[in-house]
Ligand binder design. Structure first.
Ligand code: SF4
Length: 390
């Protein structure tokens, strides 16, 4: 039987065109190594292509002391150069507000450093571990929760002891799930990534390997046939991608995600709720619908961590809950992620609702639905069961 692909509207997935860059051949544009070599990394490179606001210029001058500037030509091509509030621009162009430290902000808001039994390996949950395999990314997100070590510009250096991490995992068979992160693991060469995955697969207690990456969004050209052929030799491999705004889902990104999905890699998405970027239910709904068209399940919506210099990008949790209320029940459940906050200082992920339970008693639970209508769910109890028996 012949299955036709769903009729994706081309306009929903526009291209990040080479014409936004100037003179570049389509071959170079489609080559991930060219994209990396031609990243915007200095104030001069940025200013030659974008008229900066005073806040952006001052922020970019300071960026080298905290989190480096880095934007791939592909992602830069999505910026609306006439709009200083462009949601793509707000995510990657530094601003002076990054140098302000609000009360309660932290360099390590998820408490990773204090849960590292081996350099580069975070073991906080009983059966899961996080393995940091690089400190580099294709582009740098201005709200990065790991900016203390990512990009090489911050206060700390990421130290990794890969052999130490492998032997720790061998001695801790309770860990059945490892998440590779960084930095961005897909920035490693195929050979290096293959070596890490091969070594992990030699640890019998490891069932589940996940890769956390923003490469399919920042650098979709990196998702080559060779890469996916290598990845699928290590199944089951799962992947969490990271996209925040529907504009990020271009034609090239959709093709990259399809290549991964066709290789049998289940794809989930993690978004960060960011002020002025995606803090509206219509924007998030469009993002989540487009992700489903790309065969990616919206998985988590993160409340922005209390990372130093992020106050201008953070919403309140109340605002986040209101957005979730406008999604839950108003669109397909697969398009509604779980809204979570990382407990500041190392508490792990905590779902933050909103709650649809209005009240609870021993014999009933009072609930409201997405329209606010109230329902009562009677609980089964020994007394009721006895009554049934007569
Ligand atoms: S891709 Fe991830 S690790 Fe890299 S800068 Fe963005 S949030 Fe940080």
């Amino acid at each position: 039987m012949y299955f036709q692909k769903p009729n994706l509207r081309a306009n929903d997935f526009p291209s990040s065109s080479p014409s936004t860059w100037g003179t570049v051949s389509p071959e170079n544009w489609g080559d991930w190594t060219w994209q990396l070599r031609n990243r915007i990394q200095t104030l001069e490179q940025l200013e030659s292509r974008l008229e900066l606001t005073g806040e952006e210029r001052a922020g970019t001058i300071l960026a080298g002391k905290k989190l480096a500037l880095g934007i791939t030509p592909h992602f830069f091509g999505l910026i609306d150069r006439n709009d200083p509030n462009c949601p793509i621009r707000r995510q990657v162009v530094p601003r002076i507000e990054e140098s302000y430290t609000a009360p309660d902000e932290m360099l390590d808001p998820c408490g990773e450093d204090s849960n590292m039994p081996v350099p580069g390996l975070v073991h906080r949950y009983p059966d899961r571990a996080l393995l940091l395999v690089t400190d580099r990314c294709a582009s740098y997100c201005r709200y990065c929760t790991r900016s203390r070590v990512v990009s090489g510009a911050g206060e700390q250096e990421l130290t990794m002891d890969m052999e130490g991490a492998f032997s720790y995992l061998e001695k801790h068979p309770e860990v059945r799930d490892v998440l590779l992160s960084g930095g961005d693991p897909l920035l490693l060469s195929d050979a290096k990534l293959n070596a890490i995955l091969t070594r992990l697969r030699q640890i019998p207690s490891l069932e589940f390997i996940r890769i956390g990456t923003r490469i399919p969004i920042f650098l979709p050209q990196r998702i080559t046939r060779e890469l996916v052929t290598m990845l699928k030799q290590h199944h089951p491999i799962w992947m969490s991608v990271h996209s925040n705004h529907p504009k990020e889902l271009t034609h090239e990104v959709r093709s990259a995600l399809e290549r991964l999905a066709d290789a049998g890699i289940p794809l989930g998405n993690q978004s960060v709720l960011l002020k002025g970027v995606n803090d509206r239910s219509d924007v998030l709904k469009e993002l989540f619908h487009k992700l489903l068209l790309c065969r990616v399940r919206p998985y988590y919506l993160y409340q922005c961590d209390l990372i130093t210099g992020s106050a201008h990008l953070r919403t309140t949790i109340r605002e986040g809950q209101e957005i979730m209320e406008q999604l839950r029940g108003h669109t397909t459940g697969y398009a509604v992620p779980t809204y979570v906050v990382d407990g500041p200082g190392g508490g792990g992920k905590i779902p933050i609702g909103p709650s649809y339970i209005v009240g609870m008693a021993d014999d009933r639970v009072i609930l409201k639905n997405y329209k606010g209508d109230v329902y009562e769910y009677p609980e089964i109890s020994q007394t009721r069961l006895a009554g049934l028996r007569g």
